[in-house]
Design a protein around this ligand. Structure first.
Ligand code: GLN
Length: 478
């Protein structure tokens, strides 16, 4: 069994033809993932019992002649900010090192109902705050394609697991780019669906109005299949949308002739030569596929990073208030008073980036500064969303770079938070507007580092996004 070459369709065929059983595959996939892990640190922990049990259920369904589900036997990995019943969920934080959730996230329930086999939980920046995975309390992840480089973040473990072939698909979370940027850095496909498309029930909150769960996989079609499984209304998340979920994979016919695409001027001006060259090559390929490409303007783009780091930190400072040593977390051992206990627990438990964000967030929400920062940023967010709405009056999709550069070296940006924040300059706008967006591989640099192309579409129009990405992927593989 060659685990890294397996696909969702291939596994299904092999199971139905009785080439191997789901239980055999699960055992082999677990063994392979555990052997590979010391190289990259992509997984924080494995859940062999749960995996074997899920595989056994798939084998039983097949033995009874039932449909084993669209993800039958598929080895998957889930970012460690998404809760799993009975399986440790640390959020990459020392504070939650021993936390075992009493329930499953809706997305995880849906994956397993569809036959997926959860191998383990993937490493990430602490509470999903970061762009390189270096903010994890459990050590950074290494990019499987270049071990001295970062995999991107914050869903770096999920992207690395898929890129190294230990998981066929993975779940990540995206608040400002944390699915698309690591997908771009690791050469895999990553999808941030429309806000509300996938239930956030069981996703540990970072910035609730921006948080999304989404899939990573090695092909567009596989991402489409996984999204279809996890998407849809959930009574446990009032922000999850009731919009019907189309059969995405069925609409991938490779024909995108006549599609109108917008190229935002503001995203191209600072692009470094090599990444920019690869991106322009991708745009040329889309023209060859018959798309009509025109330049558009998204004028509020310049304010996006500032706007995001006000709103995201404001929401984070409130969401992280719950880690007080009383409820979920480990508690500081030596404190005289209750106030000391709060202070010591949080002081010892949170890493530097979380502390920085809590301070920034409480500052922008404080009585004297609320109007100047938080309220202003909310207004800017509305302008960014309006830019996209205006653009989508004229074009069906927007294509853009994912990140200004490919995977950088470990340690290269850790001492400069602002340089790190600028990694997400092209991705945070999609989150602020709540529109679907994804990264699809668009070639590699001379050093062999992958670069992704970003595709953004109207709210709930993941179908056009997948159709364009799939046609592009077919063209790239020709
Ligand atoms: N890198 C961004 C940040 O640090 C985005 C993180 C994310 O999308 N979760 O906030």
């Amino acid at each position: 069994m060659d685990i890294p070459s397996l696909s969702i369709d291939g596994i299904r065929e092999a199971l139905l033809a009785r080439h191997f059983s789901a239980s055999e595959l699960a055992a082999e996939a677990l063994r392979f993932a555990q052997t590979e892990n010391p190289r990259t640190n992509a997984y924080l922990h494995f859940c062999p019992e749960r995996a074997i049990e899920a595989a056994r259920r798939v084998d039983e369904r097949i033995a009874r002649g039932e449909d084993p589900g669209p993800l039958a036997g598929v080895p998957v990995a889930v970012k460690d900010v998404i809760v799993t019943q009975g399986v440790r969920t640390t959020c990459g934080s020392k504070l939650l090192e021993h936390y075992i959730p009493p329930y499953d996230a809706t997305a995880v329930v849906r994956l397993e109902q569809a036959g997926a086999v959860l191998l383990g939980k993937t490493n990430c920046d602490e509470f999903a705050m970061g762009s390189s995975n270096e903010n994890s309390a459990f050590g950074p992840v290494r990019n499987p394609l270049a071990l001295d480089r970062v995999p991107g973040g914050s869903s770096g473990g999920s992207a690395a697991a898929v890129a190294q072939g230990t998981a066929v698909a993975a779940l990540g979370s995206d608040t400002g780019g944390s699915i698309r940027q690591p997908a771009s850095f690791c050469g895999v496909v990553g999808v941030t669906p429309t806000y509300g498309r996938v239930s956030r029930y069981g996703l540990t909150a970072f910035a609730s109005s921006l948080d999304h769960i989404g899939p990573l996989a090695r092909s567009v079609k596989e991402c489409a299949t996984v999204l279809q499984v996890i998407a849809g209304r959930d009574g446990r998340d009032s922000t999850s949308a009731a919009a019907p979920v189309p059969n995405y994979a069925a609409q991938l016919d490779g024909n995108v002739k006549g599609l109108k695409l917008g190229l935002p001027r503001e995203y191209l001006k600072d692009l470094t030569s090599e990444t920019g060259g690869l991106f322009q090559g991708g745009v040329q390929a889309l023209r060859q596929l018959g798309c009509q490409v025109r330049e558009i303007s998204l004028p509020a783009t310049d304010y996006a990073v500032a706007c995001y780091y006000i709103l995201a930190t404001a929401e984070a400072s409130s969401n992280l208030a719950r880690y007080d040593g009383v409820r979920y977390t480990s508690r500081s051992a030596s404190s005289e008073t209750l106030a000391d206990m709060y202070r010591n627990t949080r002081g010892e438990g949170f890493g530097a980036e979380c502390k920085r964000r809590i301070m920034l967030g409480t500052y922008v929400l404080s009585a004297g500064y609320y109007d100047a920062y938080y309220l202003k940023a909310q207004k800017v967010r509305a302008l960014i969303a309006r830019d996209f709405a205006n653009a989508f009056q004229e074009v069906d999709a927007i294509v853009a770079p994912v990140s200004p550069y490919p995977a950088f070296r470990l340690g290269e940006k850790v001492d400069d938070p602002v340089a790190m924040y600028l990694s997400d300059i092209y991705t945070i706008t999609g989150d602020l507007a709540g529109i679907p967006c994804m990264s699809v591989p668009c070639g590699t640099t001379a050093e062999g580092l992958p670069v992704g192309m970003q595709i953004l579409t109207r709210h709930f129009d993941e179908t056009t996004m997948f159709r364009l990405a799939d046609a592009f992927e077919r063209h790239q593989r020709r």
